[in-house]
Design a protein around this ligand. Structure first.
Ligand code: G
Ligand code: G
Ligand code: MN
Ligand code: NA
Length: 256
């Protein structure tokens, strides 16, 4: 309850901020970023792993999620106006309670319109366990979101034990290989087999695949050799403020 009140206050006082973790292609070109929320509560940095569940159980995730999406879309719209950054995408994590909200799709539509952000460059990260809570409803919402032009990524892929039969029938754009499969690369041949299987699955289903939690040169090189085309992790770049991202944006070539 104390944390719940804290979240309420933090929303009022605008104490939340987004940080952005870069995602890269095989050539090291910046593809986009994942937005991650941060809450600086006085001296303490409260982890979203701690407060997002409270925000969900209290329903505060709805206004908080609205704030997060608005921030991300405003940033996307601002990048869209500059040739060098015009193709960048932003991925936003969506939690269960948020997707289940009856107004969710309408809210997203409204935020896109109000911000003039390019929907094709907004990506929503959903998890398997979230989608399985009510598969028919999830699928219908995903379809509506994709009709808006939005991309959908399946976060923490491989950890939800969902049946492949169910997964292949979901409207998806990307699989995000969970960190737990990336961490042992170079040491554990079974982890490598799982990663290769996910890459092949992506190939066969025409889905993009991104590896997350890439922390070492060995993991990165192993993934490259396996044919992985998108990367995110501390080895490449940490989640960072917009100001810290700026030098990276300066290096972008104008896309044609
Ligand atoms: O960024 P970090 O590793 O601290 O995130 C911890 C957890 O919180 C992760 O599961 C991540 O997906 C989640 N998280 C981070 N930012 C957001 C957000 O903006 N919305 C939601 N729903 N979850 C987030
Ligand atoms: O659940 P989700 O995949 O959205 O969580 C993403 C979280 O992973 C973020 O909180 C981010 O800070 C964290 N993260 C990003 N890159 C790395 C990494 O290379 N290693 C580890 N351990 N965590 C990472
Ligand atoms: Mn994520
Ligand atoms: Na993940």
């Amino acid at each position: 309850a104390e944390l719940e009140e804290g979240i309420r206050l933090a929303l009022e006082q605008q104490a939340f901020r987004l940080v952005y973790q870069p995602q890269f292609d095989q050539q090291g070109q910046l593809l986009g970023v994942e937005a991650l929320i941060r809450w600086q509560r006085g001296e303490e940095l409260v982890s979203p792993a701690e407060f997002i569940p409270i925000a969900e159980s209290s329903g505060l995730i709805v206004p908080l999620g609205y704030w997060i999406l608005t921030q991300a879309c405003q940033q996307l719209a601002s990048w869209a106006q500059q040739p060098a950054t015009a193709a960048l995408r932003i991925a936003v994590n969506i939690s269960a309670r948020q997707l289940q909200d009856a107004q969710f799709v309408d809210q997203v539509r409204h935020i896109l319109l109000a911000s003039s952000a390019p929907a094709q460059q907004l990506e929503l990260e959903l998890t398997e366990s979230l989608l399985l809570q009510d598969l028919p409803v999830s699928r219908s919402k995903m379809q509506q979101l994709r009709e808006l032009g939005i991309r959908i990524s399946l976060d923490d892929f491989g950890t939800g034990f969902s049946s492949l039969h169910q997964l292949v029938h979901l409207p998806l754009d990307q699989l995000k290989i969970d960190q737990s499969f990336v961490a042992p690369l170079g040491q554990d041949t079974k982890a490598a087999a799982v990663v290769q299987t996910i890459l092949d699955l992506g190939d066969n289903l025409s889905l993009e695949v991104i590896a997350e939690g890439v922390e070492t040169e060995v993991q990165y090189q192993t993934l490259l050799k396996m044919g992985c085309e998108q990367f995110q992790g501390y080895y490449l770049a940490r989640p960072m403020s917009l100001e810290a991202l700026e030098p990276l944006l300066q290096t972008l070539k104008i896309q044609d």
